[in-house]
Design a protein around this ligand. Structure first.
Ligand code: HEM
Length: 383
């Protein structure tokens, strides 16, 4: 695999209008049902399957739709705050109980995804633990698949080995089991076979996916499961890592924290922020945005290069001709530390670098894979 570090090549390799084919790296990430791979939006190597799975749901990921989900993020945020207050603060002034915020942010991120996707949290925050081993299951899956993704031939000896398969059970991860149970439950609700004992948001991801499935006869059979479990596998840990990275940097850089709190206090005293601030109220705060960009730059949530295959006619990358089929990839951990883009102090935490002139900021934003792929999440114009 040719590892490419120059951010200028992001457009060549991941140009989303005509993207290069995903490499065998992604085969390892395919979900399995009854030990058979199931094509998903994230991991399929086929452009046609990708388009057929993504086109119908791209509207659900548009910015306007995501913003409409905000009240449901807030519901979960209130649960988080109540839990932290009940478990870790001490009204009688005694020593407070230490709190592992890293774990709580991870439970928060998963529960938000549960709420947005199924109108049902996983219950991690309420219980203060990893219910049914869902987070641990995902961690184990990623640990194994990261190895296979780097050595796809391992599949033949390990993942697809019929002898080992006997000992591995049904091969379903607890996260996928959760998604399957929610889909079955919602179908039973719709058929009137189940009493509604919790509040179902009629516009959550699952209801939208079910409407799409009912209308579009070309949607693949496994689509409901693929769409809902993609939210869990692609959206939970990534968000948790990002939140943890921001908090870690703030706690280890008191001067940054002070500046950020001053910006937030000012906005609050000017009456610009609700009790739980809205995205549209915080989106324009320059120092907060700088901290988010800088945390995503120094600690991107994904560690391995996103591999693609050079198209059959070959291509020039960083001035070198690479023949068709060559596997290339960019790692955010390399690209985000490109000194020509971010300066000699590219290894340092310095959110102030983002408070520069707009052209310079745009140039740096274009080199952040967190931002580039973030826009890809939202893009539907190319589909
Ligand atoms: C900070 C949080 C997130 C980060 C850093 C992140 C990062 C990424 C990256 C880098 C990719 C492209 C991977 C590749 O091409 O190999 C991707 C794809 C994807 N992500 Fe995220 N993601 C985040 C949050 C989410 C959330 C919250 C969801 C769902 C609710 C989500 C759903 C997806 C899906 C479905 C894809 C596949 C899209 C496609 O292939 O067209 N992600 N994400």
């Amino acid at each position: 695999m040719v590892s490419v570090g120059d951010p200028k090549e992001i457009g060549t390799i991941y140009g989303f209008k005509q993207s290069w084919r995903k490499s065998n790296f992604y085969r390892a990430l395919l979900m399995k049902a009854r030990n058979k791979p199931v094509e998903g939006i994230f991991a399929t190597q086929s452009e046609t399957i990708h388009r057929n799975l993504k086109r119908p749901v791209s509207g659900a990921y548009s910015m306007s739709n995501l913003v409409s989900f905000e009240p449901y993020v807030d519901t979960t945020m209130r649960v988080l705050c109540n839990q932290l207050e009940a478990r870790f603060t001490n009204a009688d002034g005694l020593r407070p109980t230490p709190c592992n915020m890293s774990e709580w942010l991870q439970m928060f991120a998963f529960d938000v995804i549960g709420e947005l996707t199924f109108s049902k949290r996983f219950g991690f925050l309420e219980r203060g633990e990893d219910v049914d081993g869902i987070m641990a299951g995902l961690w184990n899956t990623f640990k194994k698949t990261s190895l296979v993704s780097q050595m796809p031939w391992l599949e033949y000896f390990w993942t697809n080995n019929p002898v080992l398969r006997q000992f591995r059970g049904n091969g379903k991860s607890p996260g996928v089991e959760f998604a399957m149970a929610r889909v079955q439950e919602r179908k039973a609700l719709e058929r009137g076979e189940l009493e509604k004992e919790w509040e179902v948001n009629s516009r959550d991801f699952l209801s939208r996916f079910m409407e799409i499935e009912a209308k579009d006869k070309n949607v693949p059979r496994e689509a409901l499961l693929v769409w809902t479990s993609s939210n869990i596998t692609a959206g939970s840990d990534t968000t948790a890592i990002f939140l943890r990275a921001i908090l870690h940097q703030l706690l280890t850089h008191p001067s940054t924290l002070k500046t950020l709190l001053a910006e937030l206090d000012k906005a609050a005293s000017d009456g610009q922020l609700d009790d739980l601030a809205l995205w549209k109220q915080t989106n324009g705060l320059p120092y907060l945005t700088a901290c988010i960009n800088e945390a995503g730059r120094l600690h991107p949530p994904f560690g391995l290069p996103f591999e693609r295959e050079v198209p059959p006619e070959g291509a020039v990358v960083c001035g070198q001709f690479l023949k068709g089929g060559t596997v290339v990839g960019m790692s955010a951990w390399v690209t985000h530390r490109d000194w020509k883009t971010f300066g000699e102090d590219c290894d340092e935490w310095r959110p102030e670098r983002w408070l520069c002139d707009p052209d310079e900021r745009k140039r740096m934003e274009a080199a952040l894979l967190t931002i580039v792929f973030g826009e890809e999440h939202l893009s539907s114009g190319d589909l």
